[in-house]
Design a protein around this ligand. Structure first.
Ligand SMILES: C[S@@+](CC[C@H](N)C(=O)[O-])C[C@H]1O[C@@H](n2cnc3c(N)ncnc32)[C@H](O)[C@@H]1O
Ligand SMILES: [Zn+2]
Length: 300
């Protein structure tokens, strides 16, 4: 698997057209967060036009059928700002198909800071304890490989499919990781990757931050493209992925060797350790400690 890292403005990164199967991202919300290199307090219309321009540009990078998952929420307490409605309307006008909405319930009402006119209808504030993931698509179905040889099986289990296709996702937010103010929880990205991509697909996060998408891709057999304008966050994300260890799934030893034959070269097919039939072009490995064979190292 290939994990690429770019420390640039997303509008300047040289990503090949039609090379990305899935985009998962949380853009800056324009709420004055103290990011390392981004001014998070622009006039609203300027902010909205910029964000729309970014996603229109990224549509060229998606393969036909590729999905864009945007994590976004309305902002402001006294001055409620429905960015989610405005942005999604703009993107529908730019020929993105709106194919899904996930409600990410963050269970964070305990940290509530404003009531408005408490116990009075004069001006109460309703604070959302959730955010959204909007799923937009370029074209219709995501093709699985260009030729039969590249065809791979999906890796989502039946239980996961049933649970994840209920669009109410109860996931605690990640606490600010050392050095980044608003990282994603890994579970959120895991679910999106499993639902919307095949093993071996390429996933882009144009606002990569602490590198959550890159890390979850590395752990789950997807290629990834990370972009962030901040050199500090870029280094942090690269270290995060470099520090992941690839291990034998049985005894967790880091010592294993390539076993020579790929699955498509052996006559008798075998199941991998997850119990799922493995993709056709998978390499076989053998653990030096427990001697067992496997097709996917465990990355953690
Ligand atoms: C909400 S944070 C993303 C956090 C990320 N989801 C994570 O798990 O850590 C938004 C990120 O966008 C980056 N950013 C802002 N403007 C950018 C631009 N023009 N190009 C690339 N990255 C940018 C910021 O540096 C910040 O890290
Ligand atoms: Zn082992």
């Amino acid at each position: 698997m290939k994990q690429q890292f770019f420390n640039e403005d997303i509008l300047d990164v040289p990503i090949e057209d039609e090379s990305v199967h899935l985009i998962i991202t949380s853009p800056p919300y324009n709420v004055g967060i103290n990011y390392d290199k981004h001014e998070d307090n622009k006039p609203y219309q300027e902010y909205l036009s910029w964000l729309t321009e970014v996603f229109v540009h990224l549509k060229k990078k998606l393969v036909n059928g590729g999905r864009l998952c945007i994590n976004i929420a309305p902002t402001g307490i006294k001055k409620f700002t429905p960015i989610h409605h405005d942005l999604i309307t703009n993107l529908r006008n730019e020929d993105y198909n709106f194919v899904g909405e996930i409600l990410w319930y963050k269970q964070n009402m305990k940290s509530r800071t404003a009531w408005g006119s408490f116990r009075s209808p004069r001006r109460p504030y309703v604070l959302p304890s959730w955010e959204y993931i909007y799923v937009l698509q370029k074209g219709t179905f995501l093709e699985n490989g260009e030729s039969k040889k590249e065809f791979v099986k999906p890796d989502i289990t039946s239980d996961e499919f049933v649970r994840f296709s209920d669009g109410f996702w109860n996931i605690s937010p990640e606490t600010a990781k050392k050095g980044h103010p608003v990282p994603f929880p890994e579970q959120l990205i895991y679910r999106l990757i499993k639902l919307y991509s095949y093993p071996g697909n390429t996933v882009l996060d144009p606002f990569g931050g602490s590198g959550t998408v890159a890390a979850v891709c590395a752990k789950n057999g997807r290629n990834s493209v990370y972009v962030d304008i901040s050199q500090k966050y870029h280094e942090m994300a690269q270290n995060r992925v470099a520090n992941l260890k690839s291990k034998c799934p049985y005894c967790k030893s880091e010592h294993y060797i390539k076993d020579g034959k790929r699955r498509d070269q052996i006559s008798k097919p075998f199941e991998d350790y997850t119990g799922l039939p493995c993709p056709f072009l998978t390499q076989r490995y053998r653990c030096k400690s427990c001697k067992k064979q496997f097709t996917h190292p465990l990355v953690e």
